[in-house]
Design a protein around this ligand. Structure first.
Ligand code: C5P
Length: 221
């Protein structure tokens, strides 16, 4: 029997990649499958939370009992998250948001030879960083949990992101490890919290990782 230790908590999870269209057929995206975020949403729901899942495009079936808000671009995800801050106790940002988008979204398919083969990009909003900034002056604000996928110096990079984005907890993925990370069912993460506590988890299913993250969240609330 799963403990109902998140009963009554409003949890928002972001998951999946974003798609940044260039024209009607082409887009910029990344290798995120959304599995970690969906596992978090399912685990939080099983433990009694009210869960909103703001998800980028993907093919995983959403967990039962979770409110699904489908989005496509980083700008849409930004808007969906910002609208819900006041109604949320815990924000878990597991999405792999595209840092850039094409400067222009062409209404018609770009023809071969029509451009000089270079692509102008502009920055997308960093949703989590913006929330961390707002948290500094707010009297009441959700707990903020972020992810970091790093291929080198993963602990140092994670610590830097925890501090610079003003987070309560960060889950660091070492994507250099072959058996864990993108689009697989297992994950190896290290958890770092705002008080300096470090928990290095072994290779676990994403479902089990989700529960360990939720345990840490409960400890911090
Ligand atoms: O800086 P980096 O992209 O590695 O930070 C990862 C964390 O920030 C993740 O939790 C991710 O969901 C969040 N993020 C975001 N908006 C962005 C980029 C990252 O919310 N534009």
């Amino acid at each position: 029997l799963t403990p109902q230790d998140l009963q009554g908590r409003n949890i928002l999870v972001t998951a999946g990649p974003t798609w940044e269209p260039l024209d009607p057929v082409r887009l910029l995206t990344n290798r995120s499958s959304g599995k970690m975020g969906y596992a978090l949403a399912a685990a939080a729901r099983r433990r009694g939370a009210n869960v909103t899942l703001v998800s980028g495009p993907g093919s995983i079936r959403p967990p039962a009992g979770v409110e699904l808000i489908p989005v496509v671009t980083a700008n849409e995800m930004h808007q969906a998250v910002c609208q819900r801050v006041d109604a949320t106790d815990i924000m878990i940002m597991a999405a792999a948001v595209s840092d850039y988008r094409p400067a222009r979204h062409e209404p018609h398919k770009i023809k071969k030879g029509a451009t000089d083969a270079s692509l102008a990009l502009v920055s997308n909003p960093d949703i989590l960083r913006e929330l961390g900034e707002r948290k500094k002056t707010a009297t009441c604000f959700p707990l903020l949990v972020g992810f970091a996928a790093e291929s080198e110096n993963h602990l140092e990079e994670g610590q830097r992101k925890l501090t610079s984005k003003n987070l309560d907890l960060i889950a660091i993925n070492d994507i250099g490890a072959e058996d864990a990370g993108f689009a697989v069912d297992n994950n190896r993460v290290t958890l770092l919290d705002r008080n300096g506590a470090v928990e290095e988890l072994p290779l676990l299913s994403k479902e089990e990782v989700a529960h360990r993250i939720l345990n840490n969240i409960l400890r911090l609330t």
